[in-house]
Ligand binder design. Sequence first.
Ligand code: HEC
Ligand code: HEC
Ligand code: HEC
Ligand code: HEC
Length: 126
Amino acid sequence: MALVMGAVVLVGAQSRLPTEPAKAGFLRIIIKRPPEKPPVWFSHQLHEERRVNCQTCHHDFQAKRNLWRRGQPVKKCQDCHALGAKGGRPDIKSAFHRQCKGCHLKLRQQGRKAGPIECRDCHGET
Ligand code: HEC
Ligand code: HEC
Ligand code: HEC
Ligand code: HEC
């Protein structure tokens, strides 16, 4: 009985996390106050139109395999990536830079259309 109740509570807590993204918004991670750089504008819709899969960016690694699938709740990157790196898990700032800039850089090197790689083009400074 106790086990069953435990499971119900867990499902309830999980379902409060969103499964579908907001259209577009500012990402913000706080490493120090005030933040060094202005927040970055990010659009799911734009990346979906460019055929980037959800699993390219969202993951839940179990024994090195990404088991996250669309329809499952999404945690904030910061829930798993801390201010310092841990094992194969990059720190939160590098997690964003590796994922975002990493893909943009790779596409550029392949001569394909890609997003920005310059600080100011993501962080919106002049
Ligand atoms: C492809 C987009 C992209 C590029 C290019 C990029 N960043 Fe970021 N950066 C992000 C994202 C996304 C975050 C996390 C969300 C946020 O803090 O806005 C971030 C976070 C940061 C943070 C931690 C938050 C803060 O402001 O203290 C720093 C510092 C930072 N970036 C510096 C830089 C510098 C310096 C460059 C250029 C060498 C750069 N970034 C280029 C996307 C980018
Ligand atoms: C190019 C990378 C990328 C792709 C592709 C992507 N996401 Fe996201 N998603 C993010 C980032 C970054 C966040 C913000 C995470 C944070 O705040 O820590 C996010 C947040 C979310 C959230 C939380 C609510 C919100 O809008 O902040 C949901 C739900 C989500 N994504 C679902 C999806 C689904 C479903 C797909 C596929 C259709 C998808 N994402 C594709 C990067 C991506
Ligand atoms: C449920 C926990 C969890 C969440 C949420 C999460 N990560 Fe991770 N991430 C991990 C773990 C664990 C690893 C290390 C995997 C390994 O050891 O190979 C990792 C590895 C990475 C890596 C390096 C490997 C790779 O795939 O390139 C990047 C970059 C990364 N995460 C970015 C992000 C970003 C950006 C977000 C938010 C959109 C995010 N992570 C959300 C747990 C998480
Ligand atoms: C797997 C590849 C991939 C990943 C991962 C990725 N992007 Fe992109 N990004 C693209 C492509 C492709 C474009 C569109 C280039 C074009 O058509 O001009 C783009 C465009 C952009 C643009 C330009 C939007 C505009 O209006 O011109 C921004 C800003 C951006 N990405 C930010 C991010 C951030 C922040 C992240 C990480 C959270 C991220 N991207 C992760 C592939 C990626």
